[in-house]
Structures are given as C-alpha cells and as structure tokens.
Design a binder for this molecule. Structure first.
Ligand code: AOF
Ligand code: ZN
Length: 424
C-alpha cells in the first residue's frame, strides 16, 4: 500500500485530484470570511489500478460553514469508507460549534488524507495532521508544482495574513490612462477602461471579502460597490467607507442599499457631528464604527484594518480615491496592486492616480521600492457579450481569467492591460 502511494503514477493522480480540489476552493474565495475557502474531493478506491472514482466534493460554504470536508462527506455517504480525501488545507481539529473535520473524516472511515497546505490558525498548525495520524489515517502533504502552488497560496493568502499578522490582505485597484491619470482635467472619469476590464473589476470585488473607499470617492462618484456580474450578486463584498467628517449623504447609493448589503462606515467622534445626520445614516442600515486619528490627523488606517481583521475580514480591495491609496502606500500597507491601463493618454492636466508624494523628498531612485509582477492580463474588444462569457468562464473554471484579446484584436486594444503586482 505505502510503496504504491509514493509511486510516480500515484503522485500524478494526487496532483490531478488536488488540482480539482483547488479549483473548487477558488469558487468561494471572497465569501467565506472569517474562514478560508477550502476545497475537498473524496475518491474511491484508495489505491488501485483503476482510475479513482469521485464520490464527494465540497467547498467551504458562504459565511465559512459548513466546512468543505463536511459537505464532501455528506455527498459521499457510505462510499467514504476506505476512501481518500484531497483537502486544500489541513483538516481542522478544534472543537468549535460542531465536531472537527478530522473527527468526521476518521468516523466516516477515510483511510488517507492528502493536503496542500498546513492551516496557520494557531488552533491547528499541524495539529490536524497529527490528530489524523494518531487515528491511523495516512496523511500526505503534497509538494505542488509552481502553478498549483501559486493558486493554492492565492486561495488562502487573506486568511494566512489575518491569522499570522492580525491584518487582512490589502489590495488596491487603479484604473488609469496610459499616463496614470484617473480623470480628465475637467473631472470626467467614466469610463477610462473598457467593458471587459470593468467586468474584471467586478470579479475582483467578488473575490474580496470587503471593498473600501474614502469619503471623497463615495461622495463624488456615488458608487454602489457591489458585484454586478450576472448571477454573482451574492458574491458582493462588505462595503466600507472611511468618512472622518461624516459627510456621506443619506441619499448615496451606499446608504440606499445598506439594508441589502453590509455597509460599514468608519469615523471618529461621531457624537460631535450633527446628531440628526448621524442617526439618519444609521437608519439606512449603515453600521457606524468609531475609530481614532493618527499623528497626521488622518483616520488611523492600521487601526481600521486591525478592526476589520478582528471582525474576521481576510481581504480588502481598495478602490480609491488617490489620496487614500497614496496614504496606504506611504504606510506600507499595500500587498497587491491591480493596475488597469487603458489605451488613452490624458496628459498632465488630468487627475493623477497617485496625487501626492509617498516617499521622502530626495529619496534616491535606487531606494524606491520595486514591485514584483505576478500576472498580466490583456483585455480588449468592445463585444460586451464575449467579455461577459470570458469572465463567467473564468469563474466557472475557478481560474483568474478575463476576456483575452491576444491574437484577436488590434494593437491599440492590446494596450489595455492590467498588471497584478506584489508590493513590498
Ligand atoms: C477545515 N475545512 O472548510 C475550513 C477550515 O470557526 P470554525 O469552527 O468554523 O473553524 C474555523 C477554522 O477552521 C478556521 O480558522 C480555519 O483554521 C479552519 N478552516 N478548516 O477543515 C474548511 N474553512
Ligand atoms: Zn473543519
């Protein structure tokens, strides 16, 4: 048995089934906070000459429960007896509201568990593997090839950051002209990027637990901040606005939709503001959260993100404005940058994406932080239907795919790219 488990054929089978489990997990990235999205596939036979038969599949449910293993075991029923479970994350072994997944796997008769990553939650941290092994279950942690390792890490990146640092993963989205402008000199900004790129932006919203803007953006653009991809409204993130002066109008979309979509507003000294406006904002369904200012009299960003992590939020997408993004960069809070660039040059009278200095004056160029490129996608074409299909297919397949224009569109369209960059 054991020698077979390490045979090259078995390793290939293991990697293929883990690929399926990771694909399942990817479907629920952005809607399982405070928990990570985990995928689980259960197959029979454990270890035979015949191709394995999939008897159960599960992905952590929206809201974080039930866990993936519970759902996969329920689907497998008695066929879990003697089977192998492929789980993207070490099964839990803590006694929360319900018995741990490790127990459920043991009781169902699972003989072998294959995992992609150890759960960094201090309540687990290898404990789940030890627990299973003590019960006689054979546990394998796979060494993944680079493409799978990158996907596996991306799925749990927010959760890992939250439990290891007490802050969520912070991503910034910027959609600019080729020369880094987010509006014309006259203030026009709708739309700089095309339909496909904007739809991809909605996919990014779906993939994050929360979306955050400053009050300047909330007041000027009146954004809804939901996910408007067909069929994906349920993936809309928590909407967060930083509004120290409490100037968000009651009629703003954020207020009007607050009964339907969780909406949190951070401010300081709410009591100091006109009580009628404060009460009216709360009556829309917006949750007002009190915070404090830092030394530069801005709302304390680290404190805000700490509060978000304490509430379980694992990932936040910041959509503006420029000043807030500059502050985040200055304070070294940004983990990922999604920068969409459209094939248009606005010129120096346009509004700069990063409007203020972020590093000390006189800093030598060699000392400016260089970002590392994670991925580049090319969008293009004005065929909205095709773009939609591309984004939807990406979701279905559990991969980050947009409507690619490579080889199909003109050079100008090819200039519309987005770079996903790792900051710091
Ligand atoms: C699993 N399978 O699908 C997930 C796991 O608060 P609880 O009781 O729901 O447990 C949450 C913890 O379980 C979470 O912090 C993480 O360590 C793990 N997540 N574990 O076996 C799953 N989502
Ligand atoms: Zn569990």
């Amino acid at each position: 048995m054991r020698s077979n488990m390490s045979s090259p054929q078995q390793k290939t089978i293991d990697l293929n089934l883990m690929r399926v489990a990771i694909g399942l997990a990817e479907r629920h990235v952005g809607c399982t906070y405070p928990n990570p999205a985990v995928g689980c596939v259960i197959v029979q036979p454990v270890n035979g000459q015949d191709p394995p038969i999939m008897v159960g599949r599960g992905v952590t449910a929206p809201g974080g429960r039930p866990h993936a293993e519970t759902l996969a075991l329920a689907e497998a029923g008695h066929r879990a007896q003697g089977a192998t479970a492929y789980v993207t994350l070490e099964p839990c072994c803590h006694h929360g509201g319900t018995p741990p997944c490790a127990d459920a796997l043991i009781q169902a008769g699972i003989k072998r568990v294959v995992i992609a990553a150890i759960d960094p939650d201090p309540r687990m941290d290898g404990g789940g593997v030890a627990y299973l092994r003590r019960a006689g279950v054979h546990v394998t942690q796979l060494t993944l090839p680079p493409d799978l390792a990158q996907r596996s890490e991306a799925v749990i990146a927010g959760f890992v950051k939250r439990v290891t640092t007490g802050l969520p993963l912070i991503s910034v989205k910027i959609a600019s002209s080729l020369d880094g402008r987010i509006a014309t000199g006259g203030g026009e900004s709708r739309w700089i990027t095309g339909a496909a790129a904007r739809q991809y932006g909605h996919l990014l919203r779906a993939r994050h637990d929360a979306i955050l803007v400053g009050s300047e953006t909330a007041c000027r653009d009146d954004p809804a901040l939901d996910c408007r991809l067909p069929g994906m409204a349920a993936f809309s993130p928590i909407r967060i606005v930083l509004d120290g002066r409490l100037r968000l109008p009651i009629a703003a979309q954020l207020g009007q939709n607050a009964a339907r979509l969780p909406t949190w507003l951070f401010t300081d000294g709410a009591a100091a503001h006109p009580p009628a406006h404060y009460q009216a904002l709360k009556q829309t369904g917006i949750e007002v959260i009190e915070t404090t200012r830092d030394n530069s009299q801005q709302l304390d960003l680290t404190k805000i993100f700490t509060i978000l992590a304490e509430r379980g939020v694992t990932s936040v997408l910041v959509e503006g404005g420029g000043q807030l993004i500059a502050n985040l960069l200055r304070q070294n809070l940004v983990d990922r940058l999604y920068w969409f660039r459209a094939p248009v040059i606005i010129g120096g009278d346009g509004v700069a994406a990063i409007p203020t200095a972020i590093y000390p004056t006189g800093l030598a160029l060699a000392d400016f932080p260089r970002l590392a490129l994670i991925r580049t996608e090319i969008f293009g074409g004005d065929d909205q239907g095709a773009a939609q299909a591309g984004v939807q297919a990406g979701v279905q397949a559990g991969v980050q795919a947009g409507a690619r224009s490579e080889g199909q569109n003109s050079l100008v369209e090819k200039l519309e790219v987005y770079h996903c960059l790792r900051y710091g």
